[in-house]
Design a protein around this ligand. Sequence first.
Ligand code: TXA
Ligand code: MG
Length: 335
Amino acid sequence: MTRRLDSSASGLAAAASILQAGGLVAFGTETVYGLGADATQPEAVARIFAAKNRPRFNPLISHFPTAAAAFAHVVACPLAHALADRFWPGPLTLVLPRAPGSTISDLAADGLATLAVRVPRGDTVAQLLTLAGCPVAAPSANRSGRISPSDATHVLAELDGRIDAVLDTGPCPVGLESTVLDLSTPSAPCLLRPGGVTLEELETICGPIRLPDTQSDAAPLSPGRMLSHYAPHLPVRLNATTIAPDEAVLAFGPQQTPTQSASWNLSESGNLQEAAARLFAGLRALDLEGQHLHLRGIAVQPIPNTGLGMAINDRLNRAAAPRPDSALAPGSTLP
Ligand code: TXA
Ligand code: MG
């Protein structure tokens, strides 16, 4: 049984002691729900991979209550400090060389010479991380390859019975994972994953940022970049300007009266921040309703590729990508 805890003092204390004892606690952040374990305990980190059914190990982000706590585990360059001052707590993950004394387990870091660190935004998560007193490794709290959870009910739909507890902090305000920026070569910052902090915002502090060459650097290092990822069961069709009667529609912007039987508007006013926050919940809802109504797939209307639109389109491209054999077949139900 997975316990559903709230952000009361007793809920937080219970969550922190489960983490200290090597258990698994899912918790809300400003981006998505994370599936947390003490990053210094390899057995605890291994439970994360087992609960998620991850096909192989991946490097995980370690979460901290403050920048000072995060920077104790990495070698932070001046640019990292400048970015932390501007964006932490918030949806930015920095990849930096691992500090020689870091106690983070090799399993959490996947044996790499770098570590991904972040200070999430939110009072409850900050209290949890402070109480736990350890770096908390946390990938998104979903089964491998599936849609990231943006509220506690999504977490339970995927992981009930497989994890010790979920700390319910309500829906996640950003709704998309953090931006992952590789600063291990400070003279050439590289965007490994677009996310809650936009490229334009980062560039005001960093200057021009390199985008990864998918053939080389980021592809093997950053599994968030695996092509099929965030996949609903139904096929996804992008940039749909016309919608067939047997398709569900993920809409964006002001619409005529919808004739569709299954539709979800990411933002009627065309606001990308609102669209990001509603993206994963919309994919989930259309997937369930579309399967129920025997629809052929989900058609997605065009979304501008600026600001947060870049992260939204990145997730949608993965949702629409050809599925690996291991992915659930269309028509099967969520676990
Ligand atoms: O918003 C988020 O970042 C959420 C919440 C829970 O904090 N977490 C999250 O974790 O999305 P996950 O495991 O789903 O994605 C972590 C990303 C992956 O793309 C991973 O490859 C990359 O960070 N990453 C982690 N450590 C890395 C490293 N040392 N070098 C390069 N990429 C790394
Ligand atoms: Mg994930």
